[in-house]
Write a protein that binds this ligand. Structure first.
Ligand SMILES: [Fe+2]
Length: 198
């Protein structure tokens, strides 16, 4: 297991761009035109695929995620970026958790790579939401960490995500069967870029 460099929550960049404008743009995106379909890519061997639509590698990254039925993401942070998400097709259950801010907690996981005192009972849930087509949400480290799941038995779900600014690495939080929590670095990778399989 890789020990993370810095899993602390990082401040939002919300003040340096027009947050409301971006949110409105994403809300107003007309998914019925089906433009997004040329970026969708499904891989039954993966929980979900990340598909790059556009990025300038500096200010933003726009991507389409295709979630297989009964699949989801691990709990993860957003490495100081603001993440907007729009449900394009299907439904997603989003669960948000309090970002573990306790310094001792962090010192321990940074040093050991896991919490091993057996007392960890999971991150505290802030809210669980059922998101449906057209819904838009946003999150950053100051607001917590989250996971997303497609709970449908047979139907895939599609979400569009805009990250401001782009990020290369995030951290995932996972409770192992032995009760320990592991935090790992997860590198951003794509199944397709600009509609082309990598
Ligand atoms: Fe996320």
């Amino acid at each position: 297991m890789k020990i993370q460099d810095d899993p602390h929550p990082k401040p939002s960049c919300k003040k340096v761009y027009d947050h409301d404008k971006i949110e409105l743009l994403i809300k107003n995106y007309d998914a019925s035109l089906n433009e997004w379909k040329r970026y969708q890519y499904w891989n039954p061997k993966e929980e979900y695929t990340r598909n790059l639509i556009a990025t300038d590698n500096k200010h933003f990254t726009l991507m389409l995620l295709c979630w297989n039925p009964k699949m989801g993401s691990p709990i993860h942070n957003h490495s100081g970026c603001d993440c907007f998400m729009r449900i394009i097709k299907g439904e997603i259950i989003e669960t948000r958790y309090v970002y573990p801010k306790d310094d001792k907690f962090h010192k321990k996981i940074v040093e050991a790579g896991s919490v091993d005192d057996g007392k960890w009972s999971g991150l505290d849930v802030i809210q669980e939401s059922k998101l449906v087509e057209g819904d838009v949400r946003w999150i950053n480290d100051m607001m917590g960490v989250h996971k997303m799941e497609n709970e449908h038995e047979v139907e895939g779900s599609v979400t569009m995500h805009c990250y401001i600014p782009p990020y290369a690495v995030c951290h995932t939080f996972e409770k192992k069967k032995d009760g320990k929590m592991e935090i790992e670095e997860s590198e951003m990778s794509y199944a397709t870029e600009h509609g082309n399989i990598k």
